[in-house]
Design a protein around this ligand. Structure first.
Ligand SMILES: [Zn+2]
Ligand SMILES: [Zn+2]
Length: 658
């Protein structure tokens, strides 16, 4: 499996790989005499070496015919960015030797994802002696430097090396950053999955889509106690933006550890009971050795809004709006869906759901009784246009400006049933995830162009974070009073801020253990906690379509090269014995220059190919080594094209011997 590790080692020269180029539909072959329509096996170019050689070698760009005068400073900037290694954040290397197995009578807590990064793929390992529990298995969405990648999940090498000790998956709640990796990771470790009913429903739906039918779910509820190996586990009712969020009190011979991810304090939540403060107080009396806690909101002062306030604001908008109402949120925000459904019932509007994930999650939540939609409120989206505008509410995905989401399609006229128009009110009921700002701006502009009224979080209290702010964190830490604290679910900055906050609450500074992905917090039987000198392998596994982990760093780098400067294919038909060229070289290019307007450049390149070929033949006599020749040709033509254009397309030579 190819993995991309954010480790400190310098990038290795990629191993030589055989690529397969299907030239049958590659486009304009300039020479009509080209007959080959079969798959050829060219060698793959070594992009790094080639780039290094070209850097700074350009002839004055203005003197080059057939190419536009490049804007040099900007171009240099862009190149510097592009040379950053893909999927490798430049972070301080973590110290420590990588170990593949835990040992001894110690409790070890190891984040495999979600610690020290944003947009996390949360996954955490608890291990004691011969038992391992895995808490959550989330996904992360790809960054713009990962073209074509759908999702990113955790590297599970450590779990693979310890599979005999894995006893269970414990899943805290149904958000993607906690369950999205399950269809890719669980089949490798088919142990029982302990979780609450709604979360189980969401995971089952994912498993069905992936054809996974053999999973064993064990439903757990607040107030119960379960024994798994050396661990005794008590689920604790918390509040978050989705029902069935569980804190986990995990007792091992080293002591009691309280794991609490993704929580806020809401005394009037959208559903069910508020946080079980009695249980937290009971844990505190028993003595909490260590608490692992959500750091997302540590930079936000004050308290988060209660969902009741959000509900009231939404109702006000519902009363005022004259035309259709389109409410956009995350599909997993079942709480928001509940408010909208209740508001619909109050003002006599019909609710329609748009977007596959929105419909799927709503149906699961309705079936399990978490979402209560009054009789007659929910309508079929296919019949939406039979009602007057003043009776319509549409709840859809797309609050992050995602391409292909229901809201985006509605604003570009691609949605089957709804097209945004004058008189519509669009409510974006979620905050923008860092990194999505531009997409959201663009989406809002599109909605304005369609004539819609747009209401965002900044105008009204229509969104509340699912993660507690500073005062809530203080509140909970004051009740639980842990001896040690491990911040989770956040980046390094938030972890340090969490430590500062904890110190004001009389937690010793040295007892706040800041560990990032792969680092190990250890607790001995005397309850002493330390950060180990050892660490485990962590990283990202990229998912592209059906492929899990088959897109590694080399493929990703090739995609970046092609996306930046295109592909340049040179096809030579040679006499197999003498090595002579039988026809003039064929050239196919995509994304590099517009070939019809660059015939001079192409014919100059063709001449350069012939020169390179002739030089090689005369040097090696008849003993031509075609692999070596292709490498030389790749370098020569790469250099030639760079001198002419200041661009570095991916050059792929193909030699056909007849
Ligand atoms: Zn989360
Ligand atoms: Zn969450």
């Amino acid at each position: 499996m190819n993995q991309v590790n954010p480790g400190p080692e310098p990038t290795k020269e990629p191993a030589k790989q055989d690529g397969v180029v299907d030239i049958s539909d590659a486009g304009s072959v300039l020479q009509p005499n080209f007959q080959a329509r079969s798959k050829q096996r060219p060698g793959q170019h070594p992009p790094r070496q080639q780039k290094r050689r070209h850097r700074g070698h350009g002839s004055p760009a203005g003197a080059v015919a057939n190419t536009q005068k490049p804007n040099r400073p900007e171009r240099r900037d862009r190149r510097n960015y592009r040379h950053a290694s893909p999927a490798k954040a430049k972070v301080q290397p973590l110290k420590g030797t990588i170990v593949s197995r835990g040992h001894g009578q110690k409790l070890r807590i190891i984040p495999l994802g979600g610690s020290g990064e944003t947009g996390d793929k949360n996954m955490l390992v608890f291990e004691y002696d011969r038992d391992i529990l895995v808490v959550d298995a989330g996904v992360k969405f790809p960054t713009p430097d990962m073209p074509g990648i759908d999702y990113v999940v955790c590297d599970t090498t450590y779990l693979e090396e310890n599979r005999d000790r894995i006893r269970a998956f414990l899943i805290t709640h149904g958000h993607e950053d906690h369950i999205g990796g399950m269809p890719y990771i669980w089949p490798k470790f088919p142990v029982p999955i302990y979780t609450a009913p709604l979360t189980a429903g969401f995971i089952k739906a994912k498993f069905e889509e992936h054809g996974i039918t053999n999973a064993e779910f064990r439903i757990i509820k607040s107030g119960e106690k379960i024994q798994i190996g050396a661990f005794s586990i008590e689920p604790v009712q918390m509040t978050h933006s989705i029902p069935d969020i569980l804190g986990l009190a995990i007792t091992s011979p080293a002591g009691l550890v309280f794991h609490a991810t993704d929580w806020k304090v809401d005394f009037t939540p959208a559903f069910g009971k508020p946080t079980d403060f009695d249980k937290l107080a009971e844990l505190s009396r028993r003595g909490v050795l260590c608490m692992l806690t959500d750091s997302t909101g540590v930079l936000v002062p004050g308290h988060t809004l209660s969902e009741q306030v959000v509900s009231k604001s939404l109702e006000d908008i519902f009363v005022e709006a004259k035309g259709r109402l389109i409410v956009s949120s995350f599909s997993s925000r079942i709480d928001r869906l509940q408010h909208v459904a209740s508001a619909c019932a109050k003002v006599g509007r019909r609710l329609f759901l748009a977007g596959r994930s929105m419909e799927r999650n709503a149906n699961i939540a309705i079936d399990l009784g978490y979402l209560k939609v009054p009789q007659g409120v929910l309508g079929d989206i296919r019949t939406v246009n039979s009602l007057p505008d003043s009776k319509i509410v549409v709840m859809c995905t797309g609050s992050q400006g995602e391409e292909g989401s229901a809201l985006t399609r509605m604003s570009t006229g691609e949605h089957r049933h709804i097209r945004i128009k004058q008189g519509d009110t669009v409510v974006l009921s979620s905050s923008t995830v860092p990194g999505n700002e531009r997409a959201v701006e663009q989406s809002i502009n599109n909605l304005y162009r369609c004539g819609a009224e747009v209401v965002t979080k900044s105008e009204l209290d229509i969104h509340s974070s699912g993660h507690g702010s500073r005062e809530e964190i203080k509140h909970i830490l004051n009740i639980v009073k842990p001896k040690y604290l491990i911040p989770i679910h956040g980046d390094y900055r938030r972890f340090v801020e969490m430590r500062k906050l904890a110190v004001t609450l009389d937690i010793k500074e040295e007892n706040v253990l800041i560990i990032e992905n792969g680092q190990i917090a250890e607790f001995d039987l005397q309850g002493k906690g330390t950060i180990s000198d050892e660490k485990v392998q962590v990283g990202s596994v990229l998912i592209d379509g059906l492929g899990v982990g088959d897109v590694g760093e080399i493929v990703l780098r090739d995609r970046q090269t092609m996306a930046a400067d295109g592909v340049f294919l040179i096809i030579l038909t040679v006499d197999g014995r003498k090595g002579t060229l039988l026809t003039s070289p064929d050239i196919i290019s995509r994304g590099f220059v517009y070939m019809k307007e660059s015939e001079d450049l192409i014919s100059e390149t063709r001449a350069a190919v012939k020169r390179s070929h002739a030089a090689h033949i005369s040097r090696t006599k008849a003993q031509t080594n075609w692999e070596l020749f292709k490498k030389e040709l790749r370098d020569d033509i790469g250099q030639f094209l760079f001198d002419k254009t200041q661009r570095r397309p991916m050059v792929i030579p193909v030699v056909i011997q007849v």
